[in-house]
Design a binder for this molecule. Structure first.
Ligand SMILES: C[S@@+](CC[C@H](N)C(=O)[O-])C[C@H]1O[C@@H](n2cnc3c(N)ncnc32)[C@H](O)[C@@H]1O
Length: 480
């Protein structure tokens, strides 16, 4: 058995010793060996000297073992100084064994820090050339001790995994360094991680990204269903190209491409165009330049949470009843209300001040489902609520696009629905959003045609893709 195989056995044994409650609380989802190898392969190896390595939240030490395994094959003369940090005492024996196994290789020194990584990182003077990590995943409550400790170092993050990443970058030597991490993809877009993303990208470039096409398989033995991604970031300016690799799960050979960095790293997001189709979807979107705010529009989430508003909901209409609209009222990109197949109460009855709190002014709105049903091909599903003189109530599983709380120009609304329901926009959305929900924040950050173009789209009688091609002035080639 070699070093990595022995580490794999320890990983398995260590997993067996964990109890489920602690495993969730400490985010103990150990990296499969094949994934550890992919991560180790992304490390840029110096020719000579000493490589100072940090493995925060080291678990049973599989990442360290994969790295040392590669180093000894490819750079037998490089000096390695390896620091592993682990909080859970139950993992120290396995980790100690893995580190001893690493140290048995020539020119490898190891040390185990038995401590909370955040506290240690905030106080240590040590600096490193490489951080390789699979950090724990846990939401951080705002104003908790952890939150304020991280904020004291200028780190504002909603999840501990991003805290580990941010601390990792702070512990890299100012003169250079690289961080290879496997984490959920959620930090790459959206407002929650905006501060973290901007801070990271201000001083680090994205060197390589590895994605797994199968969401469930990577940590399959541990039941993790998050979309996971490996990112290599290097201290310094953004390199001109990014190496993108992707495998179905962790067992097959990765497909590798290099793409211009401008297609991956933008001011707002990090895109992951894992395939050439993804890259085309992003390039295609360059035709649209306006945010909803630029166009004087806003997006909000429906105001009615049905189970909290039961007293105002009714199955039968009445003189004072107004429509209560759910995602299931949207079919084939149209709102059908009332709809026979909807089993929920489709009428809202209330007097002031409840009406003003829950209803929107009569008008035309674009509704966008927040969750797509399994059988739907698209993540983006939009439909126009047309003004019929009544003030509708929108369920909070819908987002609605409006103009400062009021309705939209009906032609613009029609154009918006055509745009959002089109295949290229859906393809783009899948690349830019790592999750299956359609958040109001995502819609706020997306790009749209001008008002004039939207009106023309709304009036067009062509099929949606052809209408977009004509209105956006694209040739067939560009639109493909
Ligand atoms: C996702 S696991 C990864 C383990 C290992 N690096 C691997 O790749 O298999 C995260 C590890 O971080 C440890 N951990 C959780 N919170 C920690 C903290 N505050 N400080 C140090 N380690 C922590 C857990 O016990 C667990 O071993």
């Amino acid at each position: 058995m070699n070093l990595l195989e022995r580490a794999a056995n320890r990983r398995q044994a260590a997993l067996g010793s964990l109890d489920a409650a602690n495993q969730a609380a400490l985010g103990q989802f150990f990296t499969p060996v094949a994934v550890a190898r992919i991560m180790a392969d992304l490390v840029r190896l110096p020719e000579s000297g000493t490589l100072r390595v940090l493995d925060p939240g080291a678990g049973s030490g599989v990442l360290s073992a994969a790295l040392v395994d590669r180093l000894r094959r490819e750079r037998p003369n490089l000096q390695v100084s390896l620091t592993a940090v682990e909080l859970d005492a139950r993992l120290w024996p396995a980790l100690t064994e893995t580190l001893a196994d690493c140290a048995a290789e020539s020119a490898v020194r190891t040390s185990l820090v038995k401590s909370d990584f955040v506290q240690w990182a905030l106080h240590t003077d040590e600096r490193f050339d490489l951080v390789i990590q699979n950090p724990p995943y846990r939401k951080i409550r705002s104003r908790s001790t952890l939150d304020s400790d991280l904020r004291s170092a200028g780190i504002a993050v909603p999840n501990i995994y991003a805290g580990f990443m941010a601390l990792g970058t702070l512990l890299l030597d100012a003169g250079g360094g690289q961080q290879v991490s496997i984490t959920p993809r959620s930090w790459m877009n959206g407002t929650y991680f905006g501060h973290f993303r901007r801070t990271l990208l201000a001083s680090f470039g994205i060197d390589a990204i590895h994605t797994f096409q199968s969401r469930s398989e990577v940590f399959g033995d541990l039941g993790v269903l998050q979309e996971t991604i490996i990112v290599s970031a290097i201290n310094g300016p953004q390199p001109n190209t990014v190496r993108l690799s992707s495998s179905v799960d962790h067992r097959d050979e990765p497909a590798v491409r290099r793409v211009p960095a401008s297609r991956v790293v933008t001011d707002d997001f990090v895109f992951v165009p894992a395939s050439s189709q993804d890259a085309e979807a992003i390039e295609w979107m360059a035709c649209a330049r306006h945010t909803l705010a630029d166009l004087g529009m806003m997006v909000s989430t429906g105001r009615v949470v049905d189970f909290r508003s039961r007293e105002y909901l009714a199955y039968e209409t009445a003189d004072d009843a107004v429509p209560m609209v759910y995602p299931s009222n949207i079919t084939r990109q149209r709102v059908v209300h009332p709809r026979d197949s909807v089993r929920k109460p489709q009428w809202f009855r209330a007097t002031e001040p409840v009406r003003t709190k829950f209803l929107v002014p009569a008008g035309t709105y674009v509704l966008v489902k927040r969750f797509s049903a399994k059988e739907e091909k698209r993540r983006l599903v939009a439909a126009v609520w047309s003004d019929d003189g009544r003030r509708p109530a929108f369920d909070n599983k819908l987002n609605y696009i409006h103009c400062a709380g009021h309705g939209l120009d009906p032609e613009v609304a029609a154009g918006l629905a055509v745009w959002l329901n089109s295949k290229p926009v859906d393809d783009y959305f899948r690349v830019f959003s790592g999750h299956t929900q359609v958040n109001a924040g995502d819609l706020r950050q997306m790009r749209f045609p001008s008002l004039d173009q939207l009106r023309r789209l709304g009036e067009s009688t062509h099929d949606p893709e052809e209408a977009i091609r004509r209105v956006m002035g694209m040739t067939r080639m560009e639109a493909a």
